[in-house]
Design a protein around this ligand. Structure first.
Ligand code: FAD
Ligand code: NAD
Length: 408
């Protein structure tokens, strides 16, 4: 009997999009239908949406990650821990740091990277909230500044200043955690809290541009009440070894000295997309409605590496975990259809369930199913959303292990 070669599906990235695709595929497909290979840089998945907590130090980084092998079916999925360097689309090959893999079908779900818009000094002097390593480094750096302050004979108060670039959702969520963490740090390191400055610099005329103005006002006033200084309509022009240069409009840039500068002012798709010669806008591929890359019927792109236009406003949807997971469902369905030679592929349509933005431990703002929420109710919803993501990938057992139950 002739044994037919099984098609090989390679999924790059075990974030929200890649991991959801994998767990759905292992459910849809039988062992004999396809070889499924999942490639990820680390042996663990991290909850990107919780990284602001690990970065501020309000949640230990081990709480935001879990082993990939605990949620995949090893009879159906081969997991390869490796860093993707490039994709060779003509030879259907993925080049890793430690080898290469061929594919019949490819899912690119490599997530995003900070977008620095070429601003001088950011790469060298600013911290990012991007992955477990960057979050751990940022948390440790802030602690180091507090610990060092008291060691110095001549006190330099700017060591205790923390600048957050960008009042988008990442910036605002990180500020919420910082306002919880700083009082703890002051107690821990015997520092007078009035010496600490937390400054948020936002280029747009408002924080959280495009979000509900009433909720934005609530968030800004809550954070101001906890000591955050907002510089709105002010852009970061440069990062230096001692702080940042900022300017309003065409004004001459002025310096703000700070021991910690965090860049939370934008994301782009993974640079591997451009390196591999795919057509993209800031590392994001404008995908077809079935989530395939134009011109490549065997390549799907999802999550922060993909770009989908919201037809209602003719602008791209902002990259979110919510979209990445919904795309994962569709890609798993479409791959199963292709493998079974069913020509009809599903079209992706974003089902917006809302947005919740945390403001720290027990405060948040959000619009959920069209309803506005603030305070503890919104914070409760945020934890429900966080637990839901765990449930969708690893079921109830993962929620029990990693879930957030500090509801009150
Ligand atoms: P990711 O989930 O980032 O996963 C990418 C994976 O690829 C990672 O496992 C990474 O290790 C791996 N990888 C990267 N490069 C390589 C390589 N070269 N080789 C191998 N593996 C690689 N969205 C929401 O919907 N709700 C929220 O509340 C929310 N909160 C957020 C809070 C913060 C602080 C941040 C930063 C983002 C937040 N987002 C939120 C956005 C959301 O996290 C992203 O849109 C989402 O993670 C994108 O999913 P993804 O699958 O594309 O990538
Ligand atoms: P973003 O692009 O949404 O916001 C970046 C902010 O930085 C913008 O307000 C922009 O005006 C500002 N900015 C840009 N250049 C600047 C400069 N030079 N100086 C000062 N400010 C500048 O980026 P983000 O907040 O990192 O979010 C990335 C994605 O993740 C978004 O799609 C967002 O919706 C998603 N996200 C969602 C949540 C949530 O739902 N709770 C939380 C975090 C992130």
């Amino acid at each position: 009997m002739i044994k037919l070669k099984k098609p090989k599906i390679v999924i790059l990235g075990a974030g929200y999009g890649g991991l959801l695709t994998t767990v759905r595929l292992q459910k849809h497909l039988g062992v004999n239908e396809a070889d499924i290979v999942l490639v990820n840089k680390n042996s663990y998945h991290y909850e990107t949406t919780w990284l602001h907590e690990a970065s501020a130090g309000t949640l230990h980084h081990d709480k935001v990650r879990y082993n990939i092998e605990n949620v995949i079916d090893r009879n159906k999925v081969d997991f390869i821990q490796g860093s993707v360097v490039e994709i060779n689309k003509d030879e259907k090959k993925v080049i890793l740091e430690n080898g290469e893999i061929t594919y019949d079908y490819l899912v690119i779900a490599l997530g995003g990277e900070p977008e620095t818009f070429g601003i001088k000094g950011l790469k060298e002097y600013a911290f990012g909230i991007t992955n477990v390593n960057s979050s751990r480094q940022l948390r440790e750096h802030i602690e180091y500044q507090f610990a060092t302050y008291n060691m110095e004979e001549e006190k330099d108060d700017t060591r205790l200043a923390i600048v957050v670039g960008g009042a988008g959702f990442t910036g605002i969520e990180f500020l919420g955690e910082l306002t919880n963490r700083v009082p703890e740090l002051c107690r821990e390191y015997d520092i007078d809290a009035s010496k600490v400055r937390i400054i948020c610099v936002e280029a747009a005329p408002t924080a959280l541009p495009g979000f509900d103005p009433e909720l934005v006002n609530y968030a800004v006033s809550q954070l101001e009440r906890r000591g955050v200084e907002f510089l709105i309509g002010t852009a970061i022009k440069e990062a230096t070894p001692t702080g940042i240069l900022v300017a309003k409009g065409d004004e001459e840039p002025r310096e703000i000295k700070a021991g910690t500068v965090v860049w939370a002012a934008g994301v782009r798709g993974n640079s591997i997309i451009e390196k591999s010669g795919f057509e993209a806008m800031r590392g994001r591929v404008k995908v077809q409605p079935d989530l395939r890359m134009p011109g490549f019927d065997n390549v799907f792109v999802i999550g922060d590496c993909s770009l989908i236009i919201n037809e209602e406003i003719n602008r791209p949807y902002p990259p979110t975990a919510q979209i990445a997971m919904q795309q994962g469902e569709v890609v798993a369905h479409n791959l199963a259809a292709l493998i079974r030679n069913k020509p009809q592929l599903e079209t992706f349509k974003f089902d917006n369930k809302g947005t919740v933005c945390s403001l720290g431990e027990d405060d948040a703002i959000g619009v959920v199913f069209g309803k506005k929420l603030t305070g503890t109710k919104a914070s409760f919803m945020k934890k429900v959303v966080d637990n839901r993501a765990l449930y969708m990938i690893g079921g109830a057992s993962l929620v029990m292990k990693k879930g957030k139950f500090n509801f009150i």
